[in-house]
Design a binder for this molecule. Structure first.
Ligand code: ADP
Ligand code: MG
Length: 243
């Protein structure tokens, strides 16, 4: 396996608060890594340092063989290969679902309009939204909006998709439909890092679980191992609270 991402001793400080103390993680191509942990422990911050939406204060990020730095060319290259799906969808409200997917393909990837449209339709089909191409975000349910966001992320054909609690704003039914799309993505070999509290997704889709607490990786295990016999007391307590 080739490694796609390597985070080495990443540190991030906001004012007086040390949010990431020393986070190291290697993600191989095709792997699905789930990050779990109590809120406020730096999971979102860590995801954001991966594509340098936050600049780390220490350590380094190596993505696809290249060390990330504050150089516009390096950032553009990396960000063209990394998609981000957040809790809040971030769709353009004045664009129909189809346009939401087409737009970044044309603007960022410089794909021709006709081809972009074909690719967008294909992706929206894959997430089960072929009948919503002409709906505005305001006309879609939360689960449908999130599936548009995932279709948009997939359409960019990224090497890595980062998901930050993609279902935490959704009710159980919508959560299930979004998780099923994500599970399919995971099975298709997409490299994913997913911050989620969804234990079933973690259990059945993850190759590895990373448990973070207080700005460090407390443990890293296969899903079976993590859920059946976590190595740390903190992980055990965390799971007891979830279930
Ligand atoms: N831009 C920011 N400025 C100041 N503090 C921040 C910022 N982003 C996050 N934090 C703080 O960093 C800590 C970790 O936040 P976050 O990464 O969102 O944790 P998690 O995703 O695990 O809930 C929190 O205490 C949060 O208040
Ligand atoms: Mg978060």
């Amino acid at each position: 396996m080739t490694n796609l991402l390597e985070a080495k001793h990443v540190k991030k400080v906001f004012g007086e608060t040390v949010v990431l103390r020393d986070v190291s993680l290697v993600v191989n191509k095709g792997e699905v890594v789930v990050i779990m942990g109590p809120s406020g422990t730096g999971k979102s911050t860590f995801l954001r340092t991966i594509n340098f939406l936050e600049f780390p204060d220490g350590g380094e990020i190596i993505f696809d063989g290249e060390k990330m730095k504050k150089d516009p060319n390096v950032l553009r290259r990396a960000r063209a290969k990394i998609s981000f799906v957040s809790q809040s969808y971030n769709l353009f409200p004045h664009m129909k679902a189809l346009k939401n997917v087409v737009y970044p393909l044309v603007k960022v990837k410089k794909v021709g309009k006709i081809e972009a449209r074909d690719q967008a339709i294909e992706m929206l089909n894959r997430v089960g939204l072929s009948d919503k191409l002409n709906s505005y975000p305001g006309e879609l349910s939360g689960g449908q909006k999130q599936r548009v966001a995932i279709a948009r992320a997939m359409a960019m054909r990224p090497d890595l998709i980062l998901f930050d609690e993609p279902t935490s704003a959704l009710d159980p039914e919508m959560t299930a439909e979004v998780l099923s799309v994500m599970k399919e993505l995971a099975d298709s070999g997409t490299t994913m890092i997913v911050v989620t509290h969804e234990m079933n997704f973690a259990r059945y889709a993850a190759d590895r679980i990373v448990f973070m607490d207080d700005g460090v990786v407390m443990e890293e295990s296969g899903p079976e191992e993590f859920f059946i016999s976590p190595k740390t007391e903190k992980a055990l307590k965390f799971m007891a609270r979830l279930s």
